[in-house]
Write a protein of this length. Structure first.
Length: 291
């Protein structure tokens, strides 16, 4: 991996994203893929996916179960599925390794392979080049983007979900573990869209409401022609500014698009919103990126 140049960092500040091809080796990508295979092989279907619906009340409990499962996943390794892959008893309608949408949100803390990648010396060096003084890791996810069913991710800004005061303190590291193409659902960006703040926030709902989170504000209608596709090769690292607008399309191809991604916050002079769905816990305060 060549060292990142000042020119590239300047481009990141200008566009709100940056591609570093071949940042990770094929071996590193494959070690993450085989580790996730082991994790999926041992996975138990979460109880809230197994409930059989009958009454409205049970349906609400089911929804509440799902939301609690999500809300308390910040310091654990948990499983999230594509729509329509489980029957009401929680049995898989497709092979389980093909049913899973993502695994989150603390692989970086609990799994040795993902921890090593997150804190690898090249990632730490990149953080220093970007001028991060006290970066902490707030969450991580393994995203599968399954062939044929890997759902689209509508246009959004990461700071909608991971809000800080001031803004501009959250940075995504997005690692392609396979080639990401226009066919299998690569990222699309609106270059330069990271400079206008955010229009929407996802916050924890008041206790007793039917859902666990709610949105404040709304996503403006984006013009599809403003988006630029970003196909990248296996091993590429894409840096994503917390406020840049990006999306990915449905995976309509026959190949998956596996990704490991984690978010870092510059903790110096920053406050993490108490209303964010994700909160540090006594078990897992946000760990420093630098070791």
């Amino acid at each position: 991996m060549a060292s990142v140049t000042q020119q590239q960092i300047q481009k990141f500040h200008q566009d709100g994203f940056l591609v570093l091809e071949r940042f990770f080796t094929a071996e590193e990508c494959d070690s993450m893929r085989s580790q996730i295979q082991r994790i999926v092989a041992e996975m138990e279907v979460p109880a809230h996916c197994r409930t059989e619906f009958s009454t409205k009340e049970e349906e609400q409990l089911q929804a509440q179960g799902s939301s609690d499962y999500f809300l308390t996943s910040g310091d654990k390794i948990r499983f999230f599925f594509e729509k329509g892959v489980l029957d009401e008893r929680g049995n898989f309608l497709v092979p389980k390794e093909k049913s899973i949408s993502k695994i989150g949100h603390a692989l970086h803390a609990h799994d040795p392979v993902f921890k090593q990648i997150t804190h690898s010396s090249k990632v730490q060096e990149l953080g220093r080049k970007l001028g991060l003084e006290r970066p902490v890791v707030v969450q991580s996810m393994y995203i599968f983007k399954q062939p044929g069913i890997g759902g689209e991710v509508t246009p959004h800004q990461d700071a909608t979900f991971l809000h800080t005061e001031p803004l501009g303190r959250v940075l995504g590291f997005w690692i392609a573990l396979e080639d990401a193409t226009q066919e299998n659902g690569c990222l699309w960006f609106i270059p330069g869209s990271h400079t206008n703040g955010i229009t929407r926030r996802m916050v924890r709902a008041a206790s007793g409401s039917s859902s666990c989170v709610e949105f404040v504000g709304s996503e403006p209608p984006y013009d599809a022609s403003q988006f630029t596709p970003l196909p990248v090769s296996k091993g590429a690292l894409v840096l994503i500014h917390g406020e840049v607008v990006h999306k990915s399309e449905l995976n309509s191809s026959a190949s998956s698009r596996h990704v490991f991604t984690f978010h870092v916050m510059e903790a110096k002079g920053t406050s993490w919103s108490k209303e964010n769905w994700l909160q540090p816990t006594p078990d897992l305060p946000f760990p420093s990126l630098y070791t």
